[in-house]
Design a protein around this ligand. Structure first.
Ligand code: AMP
Length: 278
C-alpha cells in the first residue's frame, strides 16, 4: 500500500495539499471499482489526488437510508491509497455544516424530472455539498461518474453558473461481469434480486442495439427495454426514458446525444443506470 494521509478539517487539508494542483474525487465511501477508476484517472492527470469520503446527510430522503449507508473509512483509505490517492478528506458533518449553516444551492430545470422527481431535495443536497467541497479543495480537476448521469449534469450546470474552481471531468460507468453498474447499493440485494438486476443493463443494451439497427422512435425503443425489466417480478420500474444528454428532456425521436435513463426498485433498493443510445 502506498502511504497517504487521512485529514478531517479544511485547515489540515490545506496544509497537506501544500499548494500543489489537485485532482478531487468526491465520494460517500464504500469504495468499489467505479470509484477506484476515478481515483486512478485523477492520479494520472494531477500531481496530487484528494478523495473526499463524506456520507452527506442532506442528500438522503430518509434517516433509515442514511443510517444504513456503509461506513468503512479505514478500508476505503487503504484501497484509495493503493490506486494513487494521496489524501483522504473525511470531515464530520459538523465540519461541513457548522452551527448556523443556512445556505442551499438549487439547480432548476435539470432537477425537475427523473431522480429529482422521485427524490425531493436530493439534488439540492448534492449540489450544496459539491459546491462546499469544490470551494474547500479548489481542485484543478474534479472527477464524477457517468453512472449518476443526472447528478453529473446538475454539477456541470452549477459549476458553470457559479464559476466554481477547476474543470469537471465525467468518466464512464464501471460495470460488473453481467453488465450491472457497480454501486454500493448492490450489496443490499439478495442473490435473487442481484440476478434479476442484470435485466437493467440488458434493457439498455437491447435499446442501443435496436437503435443501431435503425429504430429511431423513442416510444418503441422504450417499450423494448420495458419488456425486459417487466419480465423480472423482483424489479419495479420507476422510469425508463430516452432524453437529450444536455437538457435531460424526453425525446420523441432519437438524435445524436440521446441517452437512455433508467431507475428500478428492488424491494427497498433503488438502482439507476444509463447508456448513450445515439
Ligand atoms: P458515491 O460514493 O455513490 O457518491 O459516488 C461517488 C462518485 O463515484 C460519483 O461521481 C459517482 O458517479 C461515481 N460512481 C459510482 N458508481 C460508479 C460506477 N459504477 N462507475 C463509475 N463511477 C461511479
Amino acid at each position: 500500500m502506498t502511504s497517504g494521509r487521512i485529514v478531517t478539517t479544511p485547515a489540515q487539508l490545506r496544509a497537506a495539499m501544500g499548494g500543489q494542483p489537485v485532482g478531487l474525487v468526491p465520494t460517500m465511501g464504500a469504495l468499489h471499482e467505479g470509484h477506484l477508476s476515478l481515483i486512478r484517472q485523477s492520479a494520472r492527470d494531477n500531481p496530487l489526488t484528494v478523495v473526499s469520503v463524506f456520507v452527506n446527510p442532506t442528500q438522503f430522503g430518509s434517516a433509515t437510508d442514511l443510517a444504513a449507508y456503509p461506513r468503512v473509512l479505514e478500508s476505503d483509505a487503504a484501497r484509495a491509497f493503493t490506486v494513487g490517492a494521496d489524501i483522504i478528506y473525511a470531515p464530520a458533518a459538523e465540519i461541513v455544516y457548522p452551527p448556523g449553516f443556512s445556505t442551499t444551492v438549487t439547480v432548476a430545470a435539470l432537477t425537475d424530472r427523473w431522480e429529482g422527481a422521485s427524490r425531493p431535495g436530493h439534488f439540492a443536497g448534492v449540489a450544496t455539498v459539491v459546491a462546499i467541497l469544490l470551494n474547500t479543495v479548489r481542485p484543478a480537476r474534479s472527477y464524477f461518474g457517468e453512472k449518476d448521469f443526472q447528478q453529473l449534469a446538475v454539477i456541470r450546470r452549477m459549476h458553470a453558473d457559479l464559476l466554481l474552481p477547476g474543470e469537471i471531468i465525467g468518466r464512464p460507468t464501471v460495470r460488473d461481469r453481467d453488465g450491472l453498474a457497480l454501486s454500493s447499493r448492490n450489496a443490499r440485494l439478495s442473490p435473487d434480486e442481484r440476478a434479476a438486476a442484470a435485466a437493467i443493463p440488458q434493457a439498455l443494451y437491447t435499446m442501443r442495439d435496436a437503435a443501431d439497427a435503425g429504430e429511431t422512435d423513442s416510444g418503441r425503443l422504450v417499450a423494448r427495454g420495458r419488456m425486459i425489466i417487466d419480465a423480472q417480478p423482483l424489479l419495479t420500474l420507476d422510469y425508463l426514458a430516452i432524453v437529450d444528454e444536455q437538457t435531460l428532456e424526453p425525446l420523441g425521436v432519437l438524435r445524436s446525444g440521446s441517452r437512455a435513463l433508467v431507475a428500478v426498485v428492488a424491494r427497498d433498493t433503488r438502482l439507476i443506470d444509463n447508456l448513450a443510445i445515439a
